[in-house]
Design a protein around this ligand. Structure first.
Ligand SMILES: CC(C)(COP(=O)(O)OP(=O)(O)OC[C@H]1O[C@@H](n2cnc3c(N)ncnc32)[C@H](O)[C@@H]1OP(=O)(O)O)[C@@H](O)C(=O)NCCC(=O)NCCS
Length: 384
């Protein structure tokens, strides 16, 4: 297997944006190509991560994006795996470069939904659940994660205030990220007093609907070295899967796909969770971040909440989680999210993260899942 690295990264702002799905993807791709110090014509293949191109009247995205980049001869493929599409597209690109099929691959994640409004977006997103059992019976994602929150609070020592601490932290981080969707300082009181969405989750426990695009360029280490490019190594890659519905899971305070993907990634990287300097994890709702940091092996089951209370997961703490602001504050344009996490890791490990820089970071992890964790990918990166 060839060693694989990330040689460039770029991202649009996340938020309610006026650009269309193609323009967003092209802008992020151009930035990634420029940051890599290569030309568009050096790209040999592309993975496009997208779920709702149809909402902006454009599917079959690869030929359209490649044509706009001036490389219409470059083949590409759209990857759809709900909110986990970005990391799963990244994983496919990783596998292609590791296997030696290509030396330089573009991964661009993009989503454009806010123009449809909250009601329509909620319906569209419910198609990512098992629609027969969940979405079709009126259970949207806030409702599914509310069930997980209730189960967690029943089983472990956790309160609505504890969940709120996750939102307060990620909003603090997002304030330092000029590309974040919601840049607003909030307090625990603000979260507790915000309108209920699906009890116990309130407005400020939820990620927003966002538009945006993020792109990265993967290359074989040999290519990066022979072209004297700056890069970040990919040292572990794992995939996992869980039953599609919550009702088919034995325990809804844990996500089996996260555990499986993390175990594979750590095994390949030959490191342990304690070796990680910071992580970008899938905090679509506050409860998700707490479950994630336990399932990833950073904290024992039921103890993630204590780590949040002690400030361990804040910037400046022992294990900063979501220095970008996470899905909660940076935003969640679902096709872009998993790729955007890699953009953050690339910038952090090369010391380019500005005010939110994790000092001395050498090893970082990304974790991104689809729906309630039915699909998941975990990646581990190292500064060479
Ligand atoms: C939480 C939610 C219901 C809010 O929708 P809404 O009530 O229609 O919100 P609006 O878009 O009208 O925004 C109202 C205000 O709240 C803010 N806001 C919206 N969502 C927010 C969020 N998640 N966090 C913080 N602020 C938010 C908006 O910026 C706006 O502020 P302003 O009035 O100062 O401009 C919606 O964002 C949601 O369902 N989020 C979850 C998305 C999801 O399920 N993703 C998949 C995860 S698996």
């Amino acid at each position: 297997m060839n060693k694989v690295c990330v040689i460039g990264a770029g991202s649009t702002r996340y938020g309610k944006l006026s650009e269309g799905v193609v323009e967003l993807a092209v802008n992020a791709s151009r930035e990634a190509i420029k940051s890599a110090g290569i030309e568009a014509r050096d790209v040999q293949y592309a993975f496009i991560s997208n779920v709702f191109g149809v909402a902006d009247r454009q599917v079959h995205l690869a030929p359209v994006i490649m044509s706009d980049l001036g490389i219409a001869n470059v083949p590409g493929l759209t990857v759809e795996s709900a909110c986990g599409s970005g990391s799963i597209a990244f994983r496919e690109a990783y596998a292609n470069v590791a296997a030696g099929f290509y030396d330089v691959v573009l991964v661009v994640g993009v989503e454009k939904v806010t123009h449809t409004g909250t009601a329509r977006s909620t319906t569209l997103f419910s198609y990512c659940s098992d629609f027969f059992y969940e979405g079709g019976n009126g259970v949207s994602f806030p409702g599914l994660f509310a069930s997980m929150a209730r189960a967690y609070m029943h089983k472990y020592d956790a309160s609505e205030e504890d969940l709120a601490l996750v939102a307060v932290k990620n909003h603090e981080h997002g304030l330092l990220n000029p590309k974040a969707h919601i840049r607003k300082r909030i307090t625990v009181g603000d979260v507790l007093e915000s309108p209920p969405v699906a009890s116990p989750l309130k407005l400020l426990d939820c990620c927003p609907f966002s538009d945006g695009a993020s792109a990265v360029i993967l290359a074989s280490e040999e290519y990066a070295k022979s072209h004297h490019l700056e890069y970040v190594e990919v040292i572990g890659s794992g995939r996992g899967a869980s039953p599609a519905t919550l009702q088919d899971r034995e325990d809804i305070t844990t996500i089996p796909s996260t555990r499986a993907a993390a175990q594979q990634a750590f095994k390949q990287a030959k490191i342990e969770p304690k070796d990680v300097d910071f992580a970008e994890v899938h905090d679509c709702f506050t409860i998700a971040e707490i479950v994630d940091i336990e399932d990833l092996g950073f904290f024992p089951k039921g103890k993630g909440v204590e780590a949040v209370r002690q400030g361990i997961t804040k910037l400046g703490g022992d294990l900063p989680i979501n220095p970008s602001g996470g899905l909660k504050s940076k935003g969640h344009p679902i096709g872009a999210t998993g790729v955007g996490q890699v953009v953050e890791v690339y910038e952090q490990l090369l010391g380019r993260a500005g005010e939110r820089q994790v000092k001395g970071a050498e090893i970082a992890l990304t974790h991104n899942f689809g729906a309630t964790g039915a699909s998941c990918a975990v990646h581990i990166f190292r500064r060479p």
